[in-house]
Structures are given as C-alpha cells and as structure tokens.
Design a protein around this ligand. Structure first.
Ligand SMILES: C[S@@+](CC[C@H](N)C(=O)[O-])C[C@H]1O[C@@H](n2cnc3c(N)ncnc32)[C@H](O)[C@@H]1O
Length: 322
C-alpha cells in the first residue's frame, strides 16, 4: 500500500466497509458461470485507504476492497469518481498497485461525470454492475441515481425478459440532513432546501419537515420518514424491486447515517439482508471497543448509554406523508 496518510475513520466506517467486503464477493459469486464481465462503480472513491480511529491501523477503503475481491476473476472494469484535486493521485496509485486491471478515475463532480462514464460503459451494460455511493454528506444528487437506474434498461434483446438494473448501495446522510433542515426555520436557508431537493430529486421532504417543525412528530420519527422517503422513491420512481436501510450510530448512540441498498435481484436482497443482520449483531462489541479506546481504559459494558440495538429486520417502505 502507498504511504500517503489516509483519513481517520470512526468504527462505523469499519462496519460499513466490512459490509461492502462481505457483499462484493457474493455479488460476483451470484453471477459466476453466467457471464465473464463485472463492473464496479465507486462514485465517492476516497483515497484508497483510511486510518482506524479505534486501532490507529491503516485499512483498505472501498477502492481497494473492490480490487481485492478474488471471486470469478474479480471485477473486470472498475470506474472511480473523485474530486479533481485527488483523482489523478488515486488513479496513479491504483494503477501502480494493480497494473493488470482495467481502472479509470474520473476527476470532478461525480454527479456530472457519471453520464460520460456510463456512456463509455454502454457496450458492457449487460454486465452485472454494482455502484457504491459513499459521500461525506449531502453531495449525492438524485439525478445520479436516476442515470444509474436507467443505464441497463433494454440490455436484454427479447422484450419482456427480466432485467437487472445497476445495484446501488448508497450512504444516506441522515445526520447532515437533520442538521440542515433545522427545527428553527430561520436557520433553514435556500441552499439547504436546494440541497435536500437535489438529494431526493423532489421536494417531497417538505411535508416531513413541516410535521417536525410543527411538533407533530418527534425528531426520531422525522429521521425515519426521511430514510423511508428515499427508499420509497427508489422503488416508486426508479422501479427497484427491494430496498434495505441500515442505521449506523456513533459511540454515543447518535445516528451518523443510513446505508441504503436497492436491488432487483432476489439473491442480492437476501445476501444484503443477512449481512445487515450480522453487522447488527457485531456492532455492540465494536462500539464498546471504540468507546474503551477513546477513554483509554475499558469501561463497564454499556455503562452510560442505551445501546439496545434492535438488530436488523426488513420492513418495506410506507407511503410518505403528503
Ligand atoms: C466518505 S469519502 C469516501 C471514502 C471511500 N468510499 C473509501 O471507502 O475509502 C467521500 C469522498 O468523496 C469525495 N467527494 C466529495 N464530493 C464529491 C463529488 N461531488 N464528486 C466526487 N467525489 C466527491 C471526497 O473527496 C471524499 O474523498
């Protein structure tokens, strides 16, 4: 691995990346033998690695996790997206560490470069394609999801035969959204409203915000409603068959973000559901370890925070408020 220092990651990032590391081989295994090309898209690719805040150790980020999957020959085409100032360095490092792989890094705003990347991938749009969308906050635009969902439409020549869209796994910036859509309306500026509309692809978030602002629902309810709205739109607007949402919390039990998965594939649905259940089981111990390290000494187990994680159970999204 190259020597450049990575970003410091909370334990929840390790959970997220462990799920990715569990899912990608299963994604390839599910299509093994049927096709020989697989595409991986990483819209907010990062630096290739980060430093665990818990152990201080460097560990691979999504870019390398995808390259290291060793099932069915691995991903054949890997397309990364990063800000202009970081893209070239990422591409150089990945190309030098993985010289035989088909890698390309698009520099700039991924919401703009995604269209070019997808048009360059048009000849392989029949190939199973997985997209990881891992922004820092509110950077993801609904338009990007729309383009991804449309990318493979029509790849089967026989009309009426079942098609699988690009599988999507996205970070939904719950904490950032709640902070931006503040309870005090004088703090909600037009750029905040525009960012929320850009993320959802509609202003359907407004009725939820209005209910919260008028104290007709709790903060926790509003949070659930926003996540639900995203899932609802992935199904109703982009026509995904199934979605799953998994909540990641910080060491004090506050929500950081949700990871939302959208698929048309029954195997993908089952595997991600299983991975979410396993992650939910592992989290209390990981969180405790992270808290112990923060304090520099072991604490009594779960001594001052209610860590009653309900585990993971699939629930379908419901009709959002209008
Ligand atoms: C949370 S980090 C991604 C971490 C990465 N997935 C990993 O596992 O190593 C988000 C990354 O997105 C990049 N980024 C932010 N806005 C972007 C945009 N509009 N287009 C492309 N990349 C962007 C940031 O520079 C940052 O490296």
């Amino acid at each position: 691995m190259s020597g450049q220092a990575g970003r410091s990651w909370g334990y929840w990032t390790e959970v997220k990346l462990a799920i990715l590391q569990g899912y990608l081989p299963a994604f390839l295994r599910a299509s093994k033998g049927k096709v020989n090309k697989f595409v991986y898209l990483d819209a907010f690719a990062g630096e290739g690695h980060g430093i665990s805040r818990v152990t201080g150790q460097s560990f691979p980020g999504s870019a390398r996790i995808a390259l290291d999957v060793d099932v069915a020959g691995g991903f054949t085409k890997l397309r990364y997206f990063e800000k202009e100032e970081k893209a070239q360095e990422l591409e150089q490092r990945l190309r030098s560490d993985y010289p035989d792989r088909d890698i390309k890094v698009y520099g700039g705003d991924c919401n703009e470069t995604i269209a070019t990347a997808l048009s360059e991938l048009r000849s392989v749009r029949w190939a199973p394609t997985f997209a990881f969308l891992d922004p820092d906050g509110m950077e993801l635009a609904w338009e990007t999801l729309k383009l991804l969902a449309a990318h493979k439409i029509g790849y089967k020549k026989r009309p009426g035969s079942a098609e699988y869209k690009v599988e999507i796994w996205l970070l939904f910036p719950t904490q950032g959204l709640i902070r931006m859509l503040a309870l005090d309306p004088s703090k909600v500026m037009p750029p905040h409203e525009n960012a929320a509309t850009r993320l959802f692809g509609s202003d359907a978030w407004r009725p939820i915000y209005e209910r919260r602002r008028n104290n007709k629902c709790t903060a926790a309810d509003a949070k659930e409603e926003y996540v639900n709205l995203m899932r609802w739109r992935l199904i109703k607007e982009l026509h995904y068959a199934k979605t799953h949402a998994f909540e990641l919390k910080n060491t004090r039990g506050g929500t950081v973000y949700h990871m939302i998965f959208a698929t048309d594939n029954a195997a993908g649905d089952r595997i991600m559901g299983d991975l979410y259940r396993s992650a939910a089981k592992a989290i209390p111990e990981m969180r405790q370890e992270a808290r112990d390290r923060q304090r520099g000494q072991p604490a009594l187990p779960f001594d001052d925070v209610d860590f009653a994680d309900a585990g993971y159970q699939y629930e379908p999204p419901w009709q959002p408020p209008e």
